[in-house]
Design a protein around this ligand. Structure first.
Ligand code: PLP
Length: 464
């Protein structure tokens, strides 16, 4: 593992962020032309219709010349910042040499799969490559069915796994499922340390009570034919919701005792985002199947399903290959991304940033009555905005406004109802990270005041 060099990703904070008018005239003109035909835009774009032109490291530039600090890595994708030279060159090399040869073996694929095995926990060694997180999740479900002979799945409310038929059936978001969810897909609540459903006498979250509930639920509400428990290690789309540290180890034991496979959907959390190759590593838990995506190719569409040895042969039964999965450009992008993380010491840097973020946000609930909770794991952050810290009533209107105000100040990031979600690239230098936090804090302070909350009881922290 190398050592992080902040000089490599230096941002001149006297010049950046630099917002003249955003969205500016060129953005508005392009957006109007696109909107004439392009349908199904995300809420993110509808709230802030800016047109981007280029990106380098932690900085994004729009068509009007405005420059933003990137606090979302696209949508949790460009973990190594925009256009990392090593990744771009690796893709370019194969774009000129060999773009696709279905799933025939190539040397670059062999090097990638050997590298994946090297960074995964022991035993996670059956690999197949895909081109979207959704396809990897679908393959994981089919693998679990083939491995167990059972057909049903348990997943968690507000987790997100993609937008195809079965992936949406793992979620409870009707806007994604359109016509409804498939049969045999059951959902249970997952532990959320800020909003526990079951508590111990001392008020802390009671993990055992969740597992007891799952046990009863399986006995009374399912056919008992559960192939796998599928969940995100940390809920991403749902708002960086973290489980207590004992949840995954206990869930592992729970699944083993019942012959249920454990699938960790690490599309969002894997490959460095939380400061480790897999987020489940933080809890010394090895899933039976893990899915990788997003930061895996740092922007190039490449994803993977990794299966524990005892079940790896099941992958041979699902006709696993696809048109684009494992194409040479994709393999080159993924291998280069992993090597950059190793060579530049980025897992350790993501852990270091986590400490800075946690410290920086620690007193926000005291300063701002609309902040209910703050949290971070690596470079995955969440801030819950509430109308009342006692009742914890979600404050969606405030979340939307904070998003827009921070964006207008030069922070490119993701909206999410009352939970502010942040996922800066793990290459980000400390001062840039703290500048991003300044912008968010200023925006929260302004929104709190606009809604009539007496803002801080102490002056705002100065930029580090
Ligand atoms: C945890 C998780 N799984 C799966 C997916 C689907 O990935 P994709 O959009 O690449 O199909 C996502 C996308 O946000 C995700 O966050």
């Amino acid at each position: 593992m190398g050592t992080y060099d902040p000089g490599k990703y230096h941002v001149d904070l006297d010049r950046i962020p630099n917002i003249n008018e955003s969205p500016g005239p060129k953005s508005r003109e392009l957006h109007a032309r696109a909107s004439k035909y392009f349908r199904g835009l995300s809420g993110q774009v509808r709230l802030f219709p800016v047109a981007f032109e280029s990106g380098e490291g932690c900085v994004l530039r729009d068509v009007d010349g405005n420059q933003y600090i990137d606090f979302s890595s696209g949508i949790y994708v460009t973990t190594l910042g925009h256009c990392h030279p090593k990744v771009s060159e690796a893709v370019a090399q194969y774009a000129k040499t060999l773009m696709n040869c279905h799933d025939f073996t190539t040397e670059i694929k062999v090097r990638l799969i050997e590298k994946i095995v090297e960074i995964m926990p022991a035993d996670l060694e059956g690999i197949q490559l895909y081109d979207s997180g959704t396809t990897a999740v679908e393959a994981a479900l089919r693998t679990c069915r083939a491995a167990t002979g059972k057909t049903e799945f348990i997943s968690c409310y507000r987790d997100f796994h993609g937008k195809s038929g079965h992936a949406v059936s793992l979620a409870n978001m009707t806007k994604f499922s359109g016509t409804g969810r498939s049969q045999g897909f059951y959902m249970v609540p997952r532990p959320d340390t800020y909003r526990p459903l079951w508590r111990r006498a001392d008020g802390s979250l009671d993990t055992e009570a969740y597992l007891d509930f799952y046990d009863t639920f399986i006995k009374e509400s399912t056919t008992g034919q559960i192939a796998a428990f599928v969940l995100e290690p940390i809920q991403g789309w749902g708002g960086s919701v973290m489980p207590p540290d004992d949840f995954f180890p206990k869930l592992r034991t729970f699944c083993d005792a019942r012959g249920i496979l454990l699938v960790a959907d690490e599309v969002l959390t894997g490959i460095g985002r939380t400061g480790d190759w897999l987020c489940t590593n933080h809890w010394n838990t090895v899933p039976d199947v893990a899915t990788l995506g997003k930061g895996f190719g740092n922007g190039f569409p490449v994803t993977a399903m990794v299966v524990r040895a005892p079940y790896a042969d099941a992958v041979d039964k699902i006709s696993a290959s696809t048109s684009y999965g494992g194409n040479p450009m994709a393999c080159a992008a993924a291998l280069a991304s992993i090597e950059v993380i190793e060579e530049e010491g980025l897992l350790a840097h993501a852990q270091h940033l986590e400490e800075l973020f946690i410290e920086r946000m620690a007193d926000w609930p005291r300063r701002y009555p609309i902040v209910g909770h703050t949290r971070a794991k690596g470079c995955l952050l969440g801030v819950e905005l509430v109308k009342d810290q006692g009742t914890k009533e979600p404050f969606d209107e405030a979340g939307k406004l904070v998003y827009q105000k921070a964006f207008a100040r030069g922070l490119a990031w993701i909206p999410a109802g009352h939970i502010l979600r942040m996922s800066p690239p793990i290459i980000m230098p400390d001062d840039v990270a703290m500048k991003g936090m300044d912008i968010i804090e200023e925006s929260i302070a302004e929104v709190a005041a606009e809604f009539g909350y007496s803002a801080s009881r102490a002056p705002l922290a100065a930029t580090a």
